[in-house]
Design a binder for this molecule. Structure first.
Ligand SMILES: [Zn+2]
Length: 213
């Protein structure tokens, strides 16, 4: 029996979302992304959604009890009975403990490991179109014509403030500070599985499949 109650962990730029979607499709389980769910709860106008919207609109982090409530409701739905892959939750040790108190046990936590240098290389190469928001990568996915947007033809692509190396370093520091206790927690529980996230995407998927069994 393969592991089907999963959680995906990794720094920004690790390719978590892409990998989680692939695993979800392969196993026929829902990909539960808290970012998507918060937007969905808000669209439906649920009590939790409206509560979350208040914080998001103010540019603040949505508090644990609100996020946890939304996740609990989502995990109660029929399609999550046979398994799920959580993406973006739990984000802190407190959230992980809350999940456990809800009676939700995970089979494996997939920790996609990418060095800070690699993250800076991936995210620091991003350039985007100020006109339509299309995103390119200087090295991996450059536009067809130098400095011209493929999507809308706008000339002059820019590096957004949050893609500047200093900003990425700050985000990574925040990620490590928040995630280290979470990694330690799941290591103690004995379900932490580290995956080399610097391999090609197909190889990362293969490593994940091996772990899931
Ligand atoms: Zn454009």
């Amino acid at each position: 029996m393969s592991k089907r109650r999963l959680m995906m962990l990794g720094p920004p730029g690790a390719g978590k979302g892409t990998q989680a979607k692939r695993v979800a499709a392969d196993l026929g389980i829902p990909h539960i992304s808290t970012g998507d769910m918060l937007r969905e709860a808000r669209r439906k106008g649920t009590t939790m959604g409206l509560e979350a919207a208040r914080f998001m609109d103010a540019g603040q982090l949505v508090p644990d009890e609100v996020v946890i409530g939304i996740v609990r409701d989502r995990l109660d739905e029929e399609d999550a009975r046979a398994g799920f892959i959580l993406d973006g939750f739990p984000r802190t040790r407190a959230q992980a403990e809350a999940l456990q108190e809800m009676g939700v046990t995970l089979d494996a936590v997939l920790n996609i490991v990418v060095s800070d240098e690699a993250v800076i290389g991936r995210l620091g190469g991003r350039i985007s179109c100020p006109a339509c928001g299309a995103v390119y990568h200087e090295a991996f996915t450059p536009p067809d014509a130098d400095d011209v947007c493929n999507a809308c033809g706008h000339q002059g692509l820019v590096k957004r403030d949050d893609d500047q190396p200093e900003a990425i370093k700050k985000r990574l520091e925040g990620y490590h500070a928040q995630t280290a206790p979470l990694i330690a927690f799941y290591d103690e529980v004995g379900i932490l599985e580290s995956i080399d996230g610097e391999q090609a995407p197909d190889a990362v998927n293969e490593s994940i499949c091996k772990v899931i069994g």
